[in-house]
Unconditional design. Structure first.
Length: 100
């Protein structure tokens, strides 16, 4: 899949089980890990929730924001951001050329 300039999968570093799962899902979709193209982004885990409903919600927001800032700094036109619990359906895999 060459539509996206970069693909990021957000993963908490201590969740190695989820890392293995997302690596497999990305491979099935034709997106194996490759530096500067398909990468694992180490999720941000703040110490407190701040104004967010939970630490997880804040960490999710901050992780997405950090990726978007990096994409701007790298002058990328588009990126795909997924989380480590993504499951890519067979239908997507068979129709991705039409969808993208």
């Amino acid at each position: 899949m060459n539509f996206f300039e970069r693909v990021y999968a957000i993963n908490l570093p201590y969740r190695k089980d989820r890392r293995r799962m997302i690596v497999q899902e990305l491979k099935k979709a034709g997106m194996p890990l490759k530096p500067n193209h398909v990468e694992i982004f180490p999720a941000i885990r703040p110490d407190d929730a701040g104004d967010f409903p939970s630490i997880g919600a804040r960490g999710c927001f901050e992780s997405h924001l950090a990726i978007l800032k990096q994409a701007l700094a790298d002058r990328l036109s588009n990126v795909l951001i997924v989380e480590d619990d993504l499951i890519i359906s067979q239908r997507f895999r068979t129709e991705q050329a039409v969808l993208l």
